[in-house]
Design a protein around this ligand. Structure first.
Ligand code: R1P
Ligand code: URA
Length: 297
């Protein structure tokens, strides 16, 4: 698709009101949103819609699918990977939705607890793990820590509790683990993966973050940005305009060194989708959700 002419350099929007990267405009995105990394996961979840009312792929790799479930509009957006993509997604969808938003991330993660591939982590909080770039390249900063581990930001408590209950009903309680998620700026160095091509100094990183956050259960790459933006979103009366939580399929068991099979991954998506949809539709938004319009594919 060609790049559209933008109206501003501050927050670029085209003549039809479409944002620059996600390419969403007013009416495309419901107040209830699911975000995933993988477009195949988005498409698999969308098969559970009674009807799809809007679908669009952006030139920067975002896929939007808005559909109806139990008569309620829900939007699924696949965003790819990493903090910047989460930032684009949250800010650009927020800009075109009126009223409160509820966002559930349905992603994948590495387990640093007893959860095994195919189990689900419910992240009731998330913190950032950021490579301290100057430590590696500025000799004067060599004594600073190699990784910055931030404080935790909480997920929305009511939403998280409801999601956990529904996932336990559908997957079995023994397959659900709740705790704090470490959100890293790399799949490799800042998740404590060891390699010999780069200076990473990450041999003790996982034990350090478990020491700082004793409820640490998982590692992934977007949840802290989602919770941070939700916490700093500006709604009426100084309350946030976004509430958020996450369910994460365990793909990698970091202590047992096992990776999920394609069959286990598909089965987790099938088992979790209705639980996530039901959590969203039962959420009281205090405002009528928008009715998305049909659009381009
Ligand atoms: C890395 O493989 C990716 O998987 C996880 C990480 O956060 C990162 O984006 O989530 P998704 O499966 O949602 O992409
Ligand atoms: N996603 C991550 O970010 N890390 C893992 O180990 C698995 C999935």
């Amino acid at each position: 698709m060609p790049i559209h002419e933008m109206k501003s350099a501050n927050f670029p929007i085209d003549a039809e009101g479409r944002t620059y990267h996600v390419e969403c405009k007013r009416g495309d995105i419901a107040n209830r949103v699911i975000t995933v990394g993988d477009p195949a996961r988005a498409r698999a979840m969308a098969t559970k819609f009674e009807k799809t009312v809007f679908q669009h792929s952006s030139h920067r790799g975002f896929l939007i699918i808005t559909g109806i479930y139990k008569k309620v509009p829900i939007t699924i957006v696949s965003i790819g990977m990493g903090l910047s993509m989460m930032d684009f997604f949250v800010r650009e969808t927020r800009a075109v939705v009126d009223g409160p938003m509820v966002i559930i991330r349905f992603g994948s993660c590495g387990s640093i607890c007893s959860a095994v591939p195919g189990d689900i982590i419910v992240a009731d909080s998330s913190y950032g793990i950021i490579r301290n770039y100057d430590h590696f390249t500025n000799p004067a900063k060599k004594s600073d820590p190699a990784y910055i581990i931030t404080d935790k930001v909480a997920a929305d408590a009511r939403l998280t509790e409801k999601l956990e209950t529904k996932l336990a009903e559908s997957m079995g309680k023994e397959h659900i683990v709740k705790g704090s998620n470490g959100c890293a700026d790399s799949f490799y160095s800042s998740q404590g993966r060891l390699g010999s091509d780069f200076v990473d100094e990450n041999e003790t990183l996982i034990s350090e973050l478990k020491e700082k956050h004793t409820d640490a259960v998982s590692l992934e790459m977007e949840a802290h940005m989602l919770y941070h933006l939700a916490a700093t979103s500006i709604g009426p009366d100084n309350t946030p305009s976004i509430r958020a939580t996450c369910a994460l399929i365990v793909y990698a068991d970091r202590s047992g060194d096992k990776f999920i099979t394609p069959e286990q991954a598909n089965s987790a998506v099938i088992h979790c989708t209705n639980a996530i949809f039901d959590t969203l539709v039962e959420e009281d938004l205090d405002e009528q959700a928008l009715h998305p319009t049909a659009g381009s594919g």
